[in-house]
Design a protein around this ligand. Structure first.
Ligand code: MOS
Length: 743
């Protein structure tokens, strides 16, 4: 594996190491539950062992008798908590199931929380809480008795007469695919610590959305948002699971208020499977009608997604799958299937991961039918317009294919399944495309520059592992013309200027665009003109100090607001408060992707080598090559890390990950990292990332397309396609396991 930081190319920033790297590797980085608070009490959750029914009685005597137990919270004494609206498209709450009983709507629903002087006492108390239930038969998932199906009401892409196009096509492909439940499993668990000071509460909680945490917690507690202070300096993995308000937050804050003492909760790994969100299982039916030349005249994609009883959550990635190529006509529909489950939610690349898996698998099947190279099939259908006539702001898909194919050695592939072999190992080579919508949201920033050339940048952004501090610092250093080590970046605090949720891969684009604006305004003031001349250019000798002294100040500060083109003029207000409902909304308004006048996406091409053992059918993935184009790359080192992590996650989706559900009782059975399989080092060998230069001035002022959620899209299809090439066996249901390949 080539490990060196890549050289900067045209339109790429410097491969700076992370600003917080030293803190992280020395253990000095403070995650939310590491924050020191004075005399904390400790909380432990009790969760429901049934998925559907009613609490009939609660007996707390034994629990209360445990020494050190201070208080126990159940549905009987938490009625003060308000309901936060479920945020089906970001913001809001993770679920509308926010009560702790008496009604039970999913396995692992929080039913009580024991607070004690020590963690051990709280845990012992929790095990001694006796709750009786009237259980009803639950529906677990697809095909379960009692699960109900509903069509989604979002407008989905439709163009032309796709069914007719299918009927009259020379080559027809119809296939069904499925993806399983997956859980984020961030290494940092779901934690909340609440500390009150009179009417003000500080909440330490790992968060992808500081203003969502602040405003939604305020709504939950029925207090003014100014009285909530959220702190989340570092986040140990989130992937969509820490973007919205979970029921635990209000509960911990309420407990701290009642006890007049800080309360700290660290939920256990298994509780994390049910008190937060997950990627729902999906099913797909695809019909493609093509000419003998491979040109696709008709594309139809139907999707089904499991969700909870009350919440209409769906990712509906037909919005993406139906637009990615120049299809002649498209017809799409999506249904939600409601079962007795916790509400699913965003999980890394939510719409595209399952839907592009289906699309890119189907294209491989079509290539086989056409006896055409799968790269050529993508080339034939590459187009600067989708079926509805929308044009792309930029599209570098085939550049990615060409560079990745070259690096991979694709020209040496022999197409016949099973035709490439190394001793006992059947070799398969497969490829697939990666797509991710380019999102951007309204954001604000404050930048200060001192006469000594040191700067501070403040944004309420989220260091979820992506390297946002570093890229924001780089943008400021570049615009102010000072070295990066003279820039201090502050993030992870709701008292800092608001920015959107760190979701939908918008954070770099949104934060860099506003920081750029603030820096340029500051330089214009410093230089006494409107030209964004940099300090570097201005500061020959004592020029910088001279400029400050001429202005009679030792520090300049600029606050900027950035509303991306295409966003509502009040997008920023929506981030902070909801003016219509008079609630504290914390609603991120992201634009871009397929929502605007032009299609804006980051893209990539992924090539995979698999080796399937001829006798045991063991599947190995020795080689991954991905080439990606995502506009201006702020930092090729952090970009590469994101893409590499993404592709490894893609291998995980292909071969390892699935949350198993016991269909009899609608409970997750492998809710721990021993039984929930993820790749280890031995499962991943060579990962080669190629950054393809791309310039797109239409996406945003910084020219940045997001890429955090790009790398893991397409990998699972590429692996499945490679397994077909190795074995001649087409597995359409993920994860692919050796039992699928027994002959
Ligand atoms: Mo990502 S699933 O938008 O955090």
């Amino acid at each position: 594996m080539s490990r060196a930081a890549p050289e900067p190319k045209e339109n790429m920033g410097k491969p700076e190491p992370r600003l917080e790297a030293r803190l992280k590797v020395t253990g000095e980085a403070r995650y939310a539950s590491d924050e020191q608070v004075n005399n904390p009490a400790f909380a432990f959750l009790v969760t429901s062992p049934i998925a559907r029914g009613t609490i009939t009685s609660i007996d707390l005597d034994a629990a209360k008798a445990v020494p050190g137990v201070l208080e126990i919270f159940t549905h009987q004494n938490t009625g003060d908590l308000k309901t936060v609206k479920f945020g089906s498209s970001g913001g809001g709450a993770t679920t509308s199931i926010q009560d702790f009983g008496p009604k039970i709507q999913h396995d692992g629903q929080i039913v009580a929380m024991v607070v004690a002087d020590t963690l051990e006492q709280a845990r012992e108390g929790a095990f001694k809480v006796k709750i009786s239930y009237q259980a009803e038969h639950p529906s677990a998932t697809f095909d379960s008795e009692g699960a109900t199906t509903k069509a989604v009401t979002k407008t989905l892409p439709q163009a032309g007469d796709a069914p007719k196009g299918f009927e009259s096509a020379a080559v027809q492909l119809e296939a069904a695919y499925s993806t399983p439940t997956q859980h984020h499993n961030p290494i940092e668990l779901f934690t909340t610590t609440a500390v009150w000071n009179n009417d003000q509460v500080t909440i330490y909680e790992p968060s992808q959305f500081m203003y969502g945490l602040k405003n939604n917690a305020a709504t939950k507690l029925g207090i003014h948002a100014d009285n909530v202070h959220g702190i989340s300096h570092f986040v140990g993995g989130a992937f969509g699971s820490k973007a919205q308000l979970t029921p635990r937050t209000g509960l911990v804050a309420l407990a701290a208020k009642r006890l007049g003492r800080p309360v700290k909760l660290v939920a256990t790994r298994d509780q994390g499977f049910t008190i937060a969100t997950y990627r729902a299982e999906t099913r797909h039916n695809i019909r493609i009608g093509a000419g003998k030349d491979g040109k696709i005249a008709s594309f139809q994609h139907q999707g089904w997604e499991v969700t909870s009883r009350p919440d209409d959550y769906s990712v509906a990635g037909v919005e993406d799958s139906a637009r990615m190529y120049g299809f002649g006509a498209v017809k799409t529909e999506v249904h939600t299937v409601h079962a007795d489950r916790n509400t699913p939610g965003f999980m890394r690349s939510p719409p595209v991961v399952p839907y592009i898996y289906a699309l890119e698998s189907a294209l491989d099947e079509l290539a086989v039918k056409l006896n055409m190279d799968p790269v050529e099939l993508r080339r034939v259908n590459d187009s600067m317009k989708d079926a509805t006539g929308k044009e792309w702001s930029s599209r570098s898909l085939m550049k990615c294919y060409d560079q990745a194919a070259q690096a991979f050695g694709w020209s040496k592939r022999t197409p016949q399944p099973g035709s490439m072999r190394d001793g006992d190992w059947l070799i398969g080579w497969g490829c697939a495309s990666a797509f991710y919508p380019t999102h951007i949201g309204a954001a604000t920033a404050r930048v200060q520059l001192n006469a000594d050339g040191r700067a501070t940048v403040q944004v309420a952004a989220h260091e979820i592992g992506t390297g946002v501090m570093t890229v924001v610092g780089q943008m400021a250093a570049e615009r102010l013309g000072i070295p990066l080590d003279q820039v201090r970046v502050e993030v992870g605090d709701s008292k800092l200027p608001p920015v959107p949720v760190a979701g939908g891969s918008n954070q770099t684009a949104s934060c860099c665009s506003v920081v750029m604006k603030a820096c340029d305004a500051l330089m214009a003031r410093l230089n006494g003109n409107n030209a964004p001349e940099t300090v570097g250019k201005a500061a020959n000798g004592n020029a910088l100090a001279d400029r400050f002294s001429r202005l009679g100040v030792s520090m300049l500060e600029e606050y900027a607001e950035f509303i991306p083109p295409g966003a509502e003029p009040n997008a920023l207000t929506g981030l902070i408060t909801n003016p219509i409902k008079q609630l504290y909304a914390g609603t991120p308004t992201l634009v871009g992707g397929s929502k605007g006048k032009k299609l804006m996406y980051a893209m990539g091409a992924e090539f995979v080598e698999v080796r399937v053992h001829a006798q045991t059918r063991e599947i190995r993935v020795p080689r991954l090559v991905g080439a990606f184009a995502a506009g201006h790359v702020m930092n090729p080192r952090t970009a590469r890390s994101q893409l590499m992590g993404g592709m490894i996650w893609g291998v995980s989706s292909a071969l390892h990950e699935a949350t198993e559900i016991d269909k009899r009782n609608a409970r997750y059975t492998n809710d721990n990292l021993a039984d929930y399989h993820i790749p280890v080092n031995a499962d991943v060998q060579d990962v080669d990332i190629i950054l393809v230069p791309e310039i797109d001035h239409e996406v945003n002022p910084a020219g940045v397309k997001g890429m955090g959620e790009l790398g893991n899209v397409g990998t699972a299809a590429a692996v499945a396609n490679a397994v077909y090439h190795a074995t001649g066996i087409r597995v359409r249901d993920l994860p692919l396991r050796l039992e699928n390949l027994l002959v």
